[in-house]
Design a protein around this ligand. Sequence first.
Ligand SMILES: [Zn+2]
Length: 132
Amino acid sequence: MADCTHWLGDEVNGIWVCARCFSKHPERPRRYVMELSRESSGRPARQMVILAPIAQAGDVPLAMFIDFMARRLIARTRGGFHMADARDYAIEILRSFGEPFGSDDLDWTIAGAWEMVDEDMQCWDHDERASN
Ligand SMILES: [Zn+2]
């Protein structure tokens, strides 16, 4: 997952989650740029830090969308997940869809978040039936 050089993402459970491939990073990506001094005063150029921007789909930042999914998972499993685990699992679901956050092909509202969770949970039922 270290190959990901995507720029947009959001912080979830204290880690940075990429909004394109949903890989996890220990730190929010940042770029260092040298600010050119406007005067020729001989002062050294300052280094500026640019933090990766938070990914948003409409008004919904990625972390909020993941929280929508996590709360749905907790509700549907009647507390079968802790929040941190539910968020982790929500990220797995997003990865399985293979669509970058905010893409036109999926609904990135709370209704869409619930739908993704519900769709994933249908597979759980199939798995259970298959193993019975
Ligand atoms: Zn990425």
